[in-house]
Design a protein around this ligand. Structure first.
Ligand code: DAH
Length: 338
């Protein structure tokens, strides 16, 4: 009897302490308390009645052991309760019920958002996004694009020529300039890749225009190029139509007007009808055989179309922005509306 009471107390103590340590919530802990310390029918009560049955000589010894175990388990339970009720120490230092400071989150510039959306749309049509340098040589900005030396587009007054550099990107010496169009990227891609090609390139272009509500000396274009076996102008129109619809989500129409660009033949100006008006969105056409030859393609084997669209225009149209200068002023009141 004496032996078994001692081991029952030991066993009880061990079981209770580990149950307390393992309980993961105050609810768990309450269940443990009822089982081990409950007054009505807990395990401790059973032990207590055993102590009561011990002989008068043994009773004080068992009684003391009983009381020790009880207070040890009770203390463990209380300290566990304290830590469960207050999980993280920081919480006692920070009053989480106080209102926080107003955190001002930044956001992407509207043109960055527009460019991202353009890339997403064109990506769904199977066009890969490529980049090109903003400082260009004459070969990529003009020569390979079939723009002859006497062409007005090469006029120093219409371009940001930089001081004649010792080296340009092709490793040859010659003048460099801030690119005046993203069509340069067509050449860079075709020089390095064989058809079929389907790419778009978005980025800044620079022209010394007088700045007003619709002109800026720096703006953004999206260039597109598709070259392959039997690529047609009908496909060009379809791609532009689907693109415009995907971006504006309305009954958009696309119209071609005959035009001229040295690097396309035939060439067109592209207009878009949206919200009751026609507006010009860029230029396009079938890649000129001279351009295909300049990059080493066989113009009798492959054809291609190309287009260049103004990014600002689309964004302005969609958000009813009436002055292109707003994009570049960094006025937070403007920017935070997008
Ligand atoms: N690069 C022309 C410009 O900046 C736009 C353009 C026209 C791009 C026709 C093209 C194209 O790819 O085929 O005015």
């Amino acid at each position: 009897m004496a032996e078994s009471l001692v081991s029952a107390l030991d066993e009880y103590e061990q079981a209770a302490l580990s149950a307390i340590a393992e309980s993961a919530s105050t609810d768990d802990l309450e269940a443990v308390r009822i089982e081990y310390l409950g007054k009505k029918k807990g395990r401790l009560r059973d032990l207590q009645s055993l102590v009561g049955k011990a002989s008068p000589e043994e009773r004080p010894v068992f009684g003391k052991r009983f009381n020790d175990v009880k207070s040890k388990v009770t203390a463990a339970l209380e300290s566990r309760l304290e830590s469960l009720a207050q999980p993280a120490e920081v919480l006692s230092a920070v009053d989480i019920t106080l209102p926080g400071n107003d955190v001002k989150l930044g956001r992407k510039h509207p043109l960055t958002q527009t460019a991202q959306e353009f890339k997403d749309i064109m990506g769904r049509f199977g066009f890969t996004v490529v980049d090109g340098p903003e400082v260009e040589d004459e070969h990529h900005n003009f020569v390979a694009l079939n723009i002859p030396p006497e062409h007005p587009a090469r006029d120093p007054l219409d371009n940001f020529y930089l001081a004649t550099a010792e080296h340009n990107f092709a490793g040859e010496s010659g003048p460099v300039l801030l690119r005046s169009q993203t069509s340069t990227v067509q050449i860079r891609v075709m020089e390095q890749t064989q058809p079929p090609i389907r790419i778009v390139s978005l980025g800044r272009v620079y022209r010394p225009d007088t700045i007003d509500a619709t002109h800026s000396c720096m703006f953004h274009q999206m260039e597109g190029l598709m070259v392959g076996d039997g690529v047609t102008m009908a496909q060009l129109k379809t791609v532009l139509h689907l693109f415009a619809k995907a971006y504006l989500g309305h009954e958009v129409e696309i119209r071609f007007r005959p035009s001229f660009f040295p690097f396309t033949e035939p060439s067109v100006e592209v207009d878009m009808y949206w919200d009751g008006t026609w507006m010009e969105i860029g230029g396009a056409g079938m890649v000129d055989p001279n351009v295909l030859t300049a990059v080493g393609y066989a113009p009798d084997k492959v054809t291609g179309f190309a287009f260049g669209l103004g990014v600002e225009r689309f964004c302005m149209k969609r958000h009813e922005i009436n002055d292109i200068r707003r994009f570049y002023e960094n006025d937070v009141r403007f920017l935070q509306q997008f």
